[in-house]
Design a protein around this ligand. Structure first.
Ligand code: FAD
Length: 501
């Protein structure tokens, strides 16, 4: 099948899926007004893969099969492959301004991580199933989403609530699953869903230890969407909600049959609990690229807005904007670091004796990408949005295109709603974009999403506390605590060669 066109992607969504939004059952998602903006954006990305201007970056030719597929599905074997992925992640997230956290790119990277993790912990059969699924995605160019988190029925316990999706029947040719998962971003407009792990399961919870893939039109699967933020108000008034409302849904599995070849894990706690823990880091690289593109867009929009109001001339606002530019510079360094990390880990898996070590080399594995996503980007992006608010002030409460074009008051808008050397139309266009980024329902959801982008932030922090690098840091402090007075050998850190002795 190979690379799909935008039209083929849209055609694939006319599959009779059970989708509910704004209180109604939707027969054809491609015809529903709530999804027109995001569908156009995603179809545009499919078309971009076939556009000579972008094809070199967005696609690669697989030497073995001779097929061309999305670079987002490239399994990196060399440093060059990692750089090819980085270029592709950057381009695709800049084409979508970092606004879509769950581009299909994210899941393609995540699934490569799942396969690498399962292979690393010796779950070869499960890894092979993921490998076969990835090969299918390369052939069919599908958009996949995911759903990991149990319903919030009772957060007093880490155990799965009875409402969580579980295996209710085992058959010779597959399993039947029942229950719900939240949330699944992109589900309304994706082709497939990956049902994966999040909270580790304990003995006795084997039926909840489930990893599988399904088409979103699987019989019994219900996609229950939140209200749409794209209200059809047009791209002048809602330039972001009108293009990038990727949708979030609760998925209800009402006795859904999962055929054997779609099941990755069904009851093996060891496999389930290790699905992503030992990943090489494709997902964090994509996530860091998306976040960097968003920060760049925010830095740019804040600067444009400050010029529109004249505030860019004032050192007071230049300082705020300069801080955002500084954060962008740090982000770009972190993104490069995530790529180096991915390359190093891939190299170490191929040749375990190849762990590089030189002066200053850490003894324990670094996790630059996921650390950046957990600790840096949520703050940097929130700060950039705050600066955007600051430089626009009340300007963000902008009237609509309707007033600008109104025969009775349009000329008054022209006369009174302008900036220094900036006409009313341009000023309103900028301010509507600022409004959509700071005040609209789309903006509020973006802010919540950045907070939960990598899952529960508390869990993320505790994982870092429990990682081996904590002991490396502790050992450094202990070295000085136990140093004898005047003993230079105990004060100066040991050289790397000594460390390995
Ligand atoms: C817009 C959006 C899109 C999403 N998209 C997806 C998706 O595509 N796929 C997917 O799988 N998931 C998605 N999620 C879900 C996301 O992974 C979860 O929101 C996240 O894992 C946190 O779970 P929760 O929302 O149930 O919060 P809870 O688990 O209820 O926790 C809420 C907050 O309370 C804190 N907390 C909980 N217990 C304690 C405690 N004992 N002590 C101190 N603090 C505590 C948590 O740390 C957290 O900050 C999305 C979420 C949002 C908001």
């Amino acid at each position: 099948m190979g690379l799909r066109s935008g039209a083929a992607y849209l055609e694939g969504l006319r599959d009779g899926r059970s989708l509910y939004i704004n209180g109604e059952r939707v027969d054809d998602v491609t015809a529903h007004p709530a999804f027109q903006g995001v569908l156009a954006t995603l179809a545009g990305l499919y078309d971009a893969q076939r556009d000579p201007e972008f094809a070199d970056v967005l696609t690669v030719r697989d030497e073995a099969s001779g097929e061309t597929h999305s670079t987002t599905l490239l399994e990196a074997r060399t440093h060059e492959d990692v750089l090819a992925r980085l270029r592709c992640d950057r381009l695709r997230t800049e084409l979508t301004y970092g606004m879509m956290g769950r581009l299909p790119d994210f899941m393609n990277a995540y699934l490569l991580d799942v396969a690498s993790s399962l292979a690393h912990v010796g779950k070869h059969e499960e890894a092979a199933r993921m490998g076969a699924y990835l090969a299918r995605l390369r052939r069919e160019d599908l958009a996949v989403t995911h759903t990991l988190v149990d319903p919030q029925s009772d957060r007093s316990t880490r155990d799965a609530p009875p409402e969580a999706v579980r295996i209710v029947e085992r058959r010779a040719d597959g399993i039947v699953i029942r229950g719900a998962r939240l949330l699944s971003t992109l589900a309304p407009v994706a082709d497939e869903v990956f049902v994966g792990p999040y909270v580790p399961r304990r003995p006795g919870q084997e039926d909840y230890a489930l990893v599988c893939t399904l088409p979103l039109d699987a019989p019994g699967l219900k996609i229950v969407c939140r209200q749409a933020y794209d209200r059809g108000d047009g791209l002048f008034d809602t330039p972001l909600s009108g293009r990038f409302d990727e949708g979030d849904a609760i998925l209800v599995f009402d006795d859904v049959f999962v055929p054997e070849d779609r099941v990755v894990v069904a009851g093996d706690l060891d496999a389930y609990n290790n699905v992503v823990r030992n990943a090489v880091g494709y997902g964090p690289l994509q996530g860091a690229a998306r976040s960097t593109s968003k920060l760049k867009f925010l830095a740019g929009l804040a600067t444009v807005a400050a010029r529109t109001t004249g505030r860019a001339a004032s050192p007071r606002y230049q300082e705020e904007l300069g801080e955002v530019m500084g954060l962008l510079n740090v982000a770009e360094g972190l993104l490069d670091g995530a790529a180096v990390d991915l390359g190093r880990r891939i190299g170490e898996r191929r040749d375990p004796g190849s762990a590089p070590c030189g002066p200053g080399c850490p003894t324990e594995e670094s996790r630059v990408g996921i650390a950046a996503l957990t600790f840096f980007f949520p703050h940097a992006i929130a700060r950039a949005v705050e600066v955007l608010r600051l430089v626009t002030g009340s300007g963000a409460i902008a009237m609509t295109e309707g007033e600008l074009r109104h025969p009775e008051i349009g000329h008054l808008v022209e006369e009174y709603v302008h900036g220094p050397g900036v006409g009313a139309e341009r000023r309103l266009q900028v301010m509507r974009m600022v409004w959509d980024m700071t005040c609209s329902p789309f903006a509020a959801r973006q802010a919540l999403y950045e907070r939960y982008y990598t899952g529960d932030p508390v869990v993320g922090r505790v994982l870092f506390f429990n990682a081996p690098k904590t002991r490396e840091a502790e050992a450094l402090a202990e070295r000085l605590l136990s140093a004898a007075p005047g003993d230079p050998a105990r004060v100066v850190p040991a050289r790397p060669a000594d460390r390995n002795a």
